[in-house]
Ligand binder design. Sequence first.
Ligand code: HEC
Length: 127
Amino acid sequence: MSIGKAIAIRRGISRCISGAAALCLTLALGSLGNGLPPAVAQDLDVARGIAIVESKCARCHATGRADASPNPKAPPFRDVGKFYPLEHLAEALAEGIMTGGDMPEFKFNPNDVEAIIDYLNAMATSR
Ligand code: HEC
């Protein structure tokens, strides 16, 4: 295991401990995954990203592999990561994402931005 990876894991665990107990329980039970391969879905940032989008975005956006968006105008997240430069999206999520359309404004702290981007990236690239 690389040092970077080990640090990332430790960071994830301390975040997990200081963060929501319910989320950690969900991670432990492995009930989230959204169709991602288990090894990817268990990455702590990806798993946290899934938890965030499930609670804040899933009422409009499809968050899984093949589901349809509840709001037909909202692009499924598996496509957002493919068609939208994720660096730009990271900036937008940190500064306050506004589409000018039907979507409410959202703003996230850097840890959450990282988690959401890791999830979108995993969705876009894992096949
Ligand atoms: C109330 C419904 C709703 C919610 C909740 C919602 N979105 Fe959206 N989102 C939309 C719609 C509709 C669009 C299509 C553009 C538009 O009409 O605003 C969109 C577009 C997007 C886009 C594409 C950017 C663009 O300019 O088209 C991204 C990225 C996105 N949403 C991310 C998110 C994230 C991340 C969350 C959760 C934190 C979220 N959305 C929550 C409705 C929603």
